[in-house]
Design a protein around this ligand. Structure first.
Ligand SMILES: [Zn+2]
Length: 705
């Protein structure tokens, strides 16, 4: 993943007080598998159970070992080799698989140099040393630590320490009388997307940005460092993209259209997502000599890390010279796409995806998820061989270029947008996966669907159904899917194409090897998921999801949860901005609520009467349901970022990964632009009205049955 999730963003999952009992199947009105008639439930359950039993941890381990053997960053021969390996596996299992190649601006560093020039000379190492216990750390072909999309440059200046580099940190500096204009800003990783740090630094007049990993955030303060433990060693560095993905993800030179050989491209100077000042990530080993030589005011306590030194703001007397150069060539990205054709509704696609590119070896990020998805492919292929044919088409995708800015998935969505608008049912995304608790985020219309599913898949830690784990039962209000911001390949599907999306994975136990050369097979086996039971559980989850979504005669959408979710977004805004005029939004919310209830009544009616629905009517009904999320998009998009079309969700312009709900309204209010907020509220109302109309259409189709 591009952005590392904070523990707090990892979900509030919980289960359902007022929903049916977990022992299926109960009475006749029990919708334990939403979308299925009683008559089909038992056989569906049995087939799903068989599929889950087929998933093998040992195989997932093998895929990971193979794919993590050599560095495989996007654009490299290693990445191509991984794509070909995955394609060959899919084909060996009997699936139709192809590689779809796009191209994008993927800068690699050609020279990196950082010198402390005052008060005492020091040359930064900028290298992650070989660790004898981990042979992969010595591999050739590693992309050295850097932040992708930093401009080339050679600058010298005094240093200012700016904590996490968020807007409020600059307010604190200003109050302390510290001016960052013309200075090199040193910030630490954490508390927001890394790309936001140089963006804000540049807006405040800084000439360069250094981002280091403080041991307090993911080093020795948290636990033993690698290889003894999973935390970041002194010279470990977090690589990563600093593309301004809140404007648009994907190739910076082709916003909104697919970047292929010979396609139209912007000049680099026209690109809107490139950072303006030279930026480099460094280790705390390299940051210590700079911080130790800082003077000026003492920092507030919350700014201090865990190094044995006194944290000062500066400016200076420490001064540095930063010199970085990049190869700005356009390079290929290779997506692997495997298709299991549907029978009854072949033009309705259930899409699953995980990226395959890594910063270096990427055992955890992304191969834990990618290997689990490959196993999902093998299990589904075996079912097909044994005679199962899904009603809907299942598309399995392994994306390239995610680390640079969701490049492979974005170009793919842009290329196939018209077809996806017609055919996509849902997109299920996975990424890094390791021991820990399950996190699930996504479209609220699928809350019931996911809640049901968690009763049938076991938590490897407790051996009980995932729905039964303590953190899930704690909250009696039901399963809540956290709204999606950014950070992995679901962004284009949800925000640009209006495809309802889910993002899921186990984890949360932390570690500091993220985007370092030490995210290896050796480290993953020791600290990630030693017996691969959590990877197997992920396979079981995505396999069950794919089968249910593919075979449910009626798609499992439920709109009461959507209404509830939107109402909570509106209330949050109203609480923070009591003067905001959201009357029209509330009016449309009432309509949405009425439509949701009408739809549910009709579904219950059809069920009660055990009515058969003709295939033509089913197709129409499902098509209407597929359009409900699309209806939440507006063609003009959000202010200043028209690529983002969804009116309910977008990554924040100044958080980068964190979601902003009702983003047009919220960001206008936060910036004090009242007129724009009113305009945006009208847009949200319009999107809600469109969505309600779509649900009403689905309800009336049911009524006509
Ligand atoms: Zn990543």
């Amino acid at each position: 993943m591009i952005l590392r999730p904070l523990l707090s963003s990892v979900v509030s999952l919980s289960l359902l007080a007022q929903s049916p009992a977990p022992q299926p199947p109960a009475g006749p009105a029990n919708l334990f598998v939403r979308g299925f008639p009683e008559s089909e439930q038992a056989s569906q359950m049995e087939r799903e159970r068989k599929a889950r039993d087929m998933a093998q941890a040992e195989r997932i381990r093998t895929y990971m070992e193979r794919m993590s053997g050599e560095p495989h960053h996007a654009g490299s021969p290693g990445s191509r080799a991984v794509a070909e390996y995955a394609q060959a596996l899919f084909r060996e299992w009997g699936l139709d698989a192809r590689i779809e190649t796009f191209e994008a601006l993927l800068p690699y560093p050609t020279s990196r140099q950082l010198d402390v020039t005052a008060p005492t000379a020091y040359r930064a190492k900028l290298q992650e040393p070989v660790i004898p216990e981990d042979k992969d750390s010595a591999d050739v072909g590693q992309l050295p630590p850097y932040t992708a999309y930093s401009p080339s440059g050679d600058v010298t200046g005094q240093v200012v320490y700016a904590n996490y580099g968020n807007q409020e940190d600059y307010e604190t500096l200003k109050k302390a009388g510290v001016d960052v204009r013309g200075k090199v800003v040193l910030v630490r990783y954490g508390n927001g997307f890394r790309g936001v740090k140089p963006k804000i630094a540049a807006q405040n007049g800084a000439i360069a940005c250094l981002i280091y990993s403080d041991p307090k955030d993911d080093g020795y303060y948290r636990g033993d460092v690698y290889p003894k433990g999973p935390f970041r060693p002194p010279q470990g560095v977090q690589r990563g993209s600093i593309m301004d993905m809140a404007i648009h993800p994907g190739d910076p030179l082709s916003p909104g259209w697919a970047s292929e050989k010979g396609s139209k491209k912007l000049g680099r100077e026209q690109a809107k997502t490139l950072v303006r000042i030279p930026t480099l990530p460094i280790s705390y080993g390299d940051a210590a000599p700079i911080l130790r030589a800082m003077g000026g005011p003492l920092t507030p306590e919350s700014w201090r890390g865990a190094m044995a030194l006194t944290y000062h703001m500066g400016p200076g007397p420490a001064a540095v010279r930063l010199k970085v150069d990049f190869d700005w060539s356009v390079k290929p990205v290779h997506n692997v796409i495997a298709v299991i054709p549907g029978t009854q509704f072949k033009d309705q696609w259930v899409i699953l995806g995980n990226h395959h590119d890594a910063w270096v070896h990427g055992a955890n990020d992304p191969l834990s998820g990618a290997s689990s998805l490959l196993e999902t492919g093998r299990v589904l292929a075996r079912l097909v061989k044994s005679g199962w044919k899904p009603k809907r088409t299942i598309v399995l995708c392994l994306w390239d270029g995610e680390e640079f800015g969701m490049v492979g998935s974005t170009e793919w969505v842009e290329k196939h947008k018209a077809e996806l608008e017609q055919k996509a049912v849902a997109y299920i995304n996975t990424d890094s996966n390791s021991r820990g608790t399950l996190g699930v985020g996504g479209s609220p219309a699928f809350e019931q669907f996911v809640g049901n599913l968690l009763r049938h898949v076991k938590d490897p830690g407790t051996g009980k159904a995932l729905a039964e784990t303590p953190q899930r039962r704690a909250n009696a209000n039901g399963l809540r899917l956290s709204p999606l911001g950014s950070g992995s390949d679901f962004v284009s599907f949800l925000d640009h194409a209006g495809i309802p999306s889910l993002n899921l994975g186990f984890g949360g136990e932390g570690g500091g090897l993220y985007h370092s050369v030490y995210d290896t097979f050796t480290a993953y086996q020791k600290f990630g998921d030693p017996d691969f039971s959590y990877c197997r559980a992920l396979t079981q989850l995505t396999t069950t999801m794919a089968m249910r979504l593919a075979d449910a005669p009626v798609l499992p959408h439920e709109f009461g949860d959507l209404t509830k979710a939107v109402r909570s977004y509106v209330e949050e805004i109203q609480k923070e901005f009591p003067n905001a005029d959201l009357k029209e939004v509330n009016r449309q919310l009432t309509r949405l609520s009425t439509a949701s209830r009408a739809f549910d009544d009709e579904i219950r009616g059809v069920r009660r009467r055990s009515q058969a629905i003709s295939p033509e009517k089913l197709t129409k009904l499902n098509q209407a349901l597929m359009k409900t999320e699309r209806a939440l998009l507006l063609p003009q998009g959000l202010p200043g970022r028209e690529w983002y079309k969804h009116q309910l969700y977008a990554p924040g312009l100044y958080t980068g990964y964190g979601v902003k709900t009702l983003p047009g309204v919220r960001e206008a209010l936060e910036a004090g632009r009242t007129e724009e907020a009113a305009q945006q509220a009208a847009n949200v109302a319009k999107a809600l009205r469109n969505c309600a109309a779509q649900i009403e259409e689905a309800a009336s189709l049911l009524r006509g049955i």
